[in-house]
Design a binder for this molecule. Structure first.
Ligand code: GLU
Length: 561
């Protein structure tokens, strides 16, 4: 067969040769060891938590090595594309510290535009580039057209399906597939000419030369050394509309854009043999690969499952509405990605995660487990280290969008609100009450009459008379000018008076001798003043609330008893 002639028949409009294209994509001038990585999402909807993994790894490895991190929009599947998804994606990733040096970026009008010398970075704009390489493969007899229409393919699959029910013999099925493929390869130039004349569409397939009996030894930087069977499937390179498949676009783009490390989800591992073959056919140097393990979760029955689209925690927009700080989410992602992150963080509590020396060797080869409890722990730590001003700023920003009633209260008197956030902040062991901004209402509502409610009740085992007496006695001597020692001494006096131990040591030695102890007396007051069994330091709370409010709440409680 005259492959040059075939190439001209199929791609008459393509006049450039690969070396013309290569000239426009010269090798990058980067220091030794600099990594070029990319994030290459398909804009099919929201950003999935799983997407933070390859993007964080790519960002870290590039920026840690003085390399380049770029964004490529893989929009070759128009059917699955969602309007505005790419723009949303860029904004969301930026929130999580994932900033690109080059690629698709947002311009001032919030529309996607290109930045950098290796574009276009949107695959739908790269049609002719792919076709230059497609034409070259045809010229070299490494790819061929296939005129079987989608309807015919559907019919074929339908027949196969029926056959499958009758015949579960996989060997027979494999042979049938092989026969189908050989038949496809068997065509003449005249047939091609006729199809083209009749305006029939075609897809371009690779002419696979692999032998699945033979294994390729391959080292993935995350998964280690793998042995994978060679590819013998004539997979599609260009679809009938001239748009490339993922496989083909991956090879052409990552080659031209100078990617050194392809970081992607492990769901692409089964396609690796195809990609290795394609890079070989095209004469491209194979990049290094890192296949990142999937994110798992524990389901209701205690089994490990993939964190799927619909699971809580999958959609990054949910993190915004729940009020997680991006900084906390980033740290959590780090703990999942690198097993030594937590240790490093403990030794360097004040350094940002970006100073952590990210290490490929410390990545998990199997799935990471997603766990809200762990995320909340990390997040509480992050927020506990913030200044009261920062907590105020971030939480009120959140409340403005997601809890307007709370926002109104918080912003009416910012200094008052900041004094609440100051409780237990700044010391060696700061309080850890807030994991997400959605927790703020529950934490601070006691400080606002409009939001205050008594939500916890006294245990029935305590005598109402004792509670009432405690509250009355407390109010009699309550003085805002007392320091915390004097204030607490007065509570101890009430304990002694009512037969509750004021000295915990004495109580522990002989609990039967008392009705209870001073912490019960404190609790009587706490529920009246804060509405809850647990609250921040009660002395500080009262200092913020002021005499009038404390007295009113105590009196209200006395009346209700
Ligand atoms: N568009 C592919 C995906 O979203 C990209 C995989 C890759 O990074 O190569 O899965």
């Amino acid at each position: 067969m005259d492959y040059n002639y075939l190439a001209e028949l199929l791609f008459p409009q393509i006049t450039e040769l690969p070396h013309d294209v290569e000239a426009k994509y010269p090798p990058r001038q980067l220091p030794e060891g600099a990594k070029v990585t990319r994030f290459a999402p398909s804009p099919t909807g929201f950003v999935h938590f799983g997407g933070l993994f390859p993007s964080t790894v790519g960002e870290r490895l590039a920026h840690q090595s003085g390399g380049v991190f770029y964004l490529r929009i893989e929009d070759t599947d128009a059917k699955r594309e969602v309007e505005g998804a790419a723009e949303g994606l860029i904004k969301t990733l930026a929130k999580y510290g994932i900033n690109f040096d080059e690629g698709a970026i947002l311009d001032e009008d919030g529309k996607i535009s290109d930045c950098g010398n290796y574009g276009p970075y949107k695959q739908s704009l790269r049609g002719p580039i792919y076709q230059v390489y497609a034409k070259q493969l045809v010229r070299e007899g490494k790819a061929y057209p296939c005129f079987t229409t989608e309807e015919e393919l559907d019919e074929l699959h339908a027949v196969n399906k029926k056959e499958e029910i009758k015949n579960t013999d996989w060997l027979a099925e494999a042979e049938a597939k092989r026969a189908e493929m050989l038949a496809r390869r068997n065509f003449t130039i005249e047939e091609v000419e006729e199809h083209l004349k009749a305006g029939h569409p075609f897809v371009l397939r690779i002419l696979a030369n692999g032998d699945p009996e033979k294994k390729i030894k391959f080292t993935d930087l995350v998964k280690g050394t793998l042995e994978i069977p060679e590819n013998d499937e004539d997979f599609v390179l260009l679809k009938s509309d001239g748009i490339p498949t993922y496989h083909f676009a991956h090879a052409v783009d990552d080659h031209l854009m100078g990617t050194t490390h392809v970081i992607r989800g492990e769901e692409w591992l089964p396609s690796l043999a195809k990609h290795i073959q394609l890079f070989q056919f095209l004469g491209f140097k194979l990049p290094k690969y890192m296949h990142i393990a999937q994110i798992m979760r524990i389901d209701e029955n205690g089994n490990k499952k993939k964190l799927s689209k619909r699971d809580m925690g999958a959609n990054m927009d949910d993190y915004t509405s729940m009020g997680y700080c991006p900084e906390a989410v980033c740290e959590y992602v780090m703990t999942l990605l690198n097993s030594n992150y937590e240790e490093w963080h403990m030794q360097n509590p004040d350094l940002p995660y970006t100073r952590f020396p990210f290490n490929i060797k410390k990545m998990s080869t199997s799935g990471c487990l997603f766990d809200f409890a762990k995320l909340n722990d990390v997040s509480k730590n992050v927020i506990s280290r913030m200044t009261k001003e920062k907590v105020y700023e971030l939480s009120s920003q959140w409340a403005k969008d997601f809890d307007p009633e709370l926002y109104e209260q918080m912003s009416a008197n910012p200094e008052y609100t900041k004094s609440i956030f100051a409780i237990g902040r700044g010391g060696k062991k700061p309080r850890k009450d807030i994991a997400l901004w959605g927790d703020v209402r529950g934490y601070i509502s006691l400080f606002y009459d409009k939001l205050f409610a008594v939500t916890d009740a006294y245990d029935e085992k305590f005598s109402k008379a004792d509670i009432k007496l405690t509250l009355e006695e407390f109010l009699k001597t309550f003085d805002m000018a007392d320091d915390s020692n004097a204030w607490f001494d007065k509570i101890k006096d009430i304990a002694d008076m009512l037969g509750y131990a004021s000295d915990m040591k004495a109580y522990k030695q002989n609990p039967e001798a008392y009705k209870g102890n001073v912490s019960d007396i404190s609790m009587f007051i706490r529920i009246a003043v804060t509405g809850k069994l647990n609250s921040p330091d009660m002395y500080s709370v009262m200092q913020i609330l002021g005499y009038e409010t404390v007295a009113k709440r105590i009196n209200d409680m006395i009346k209700s008893l």
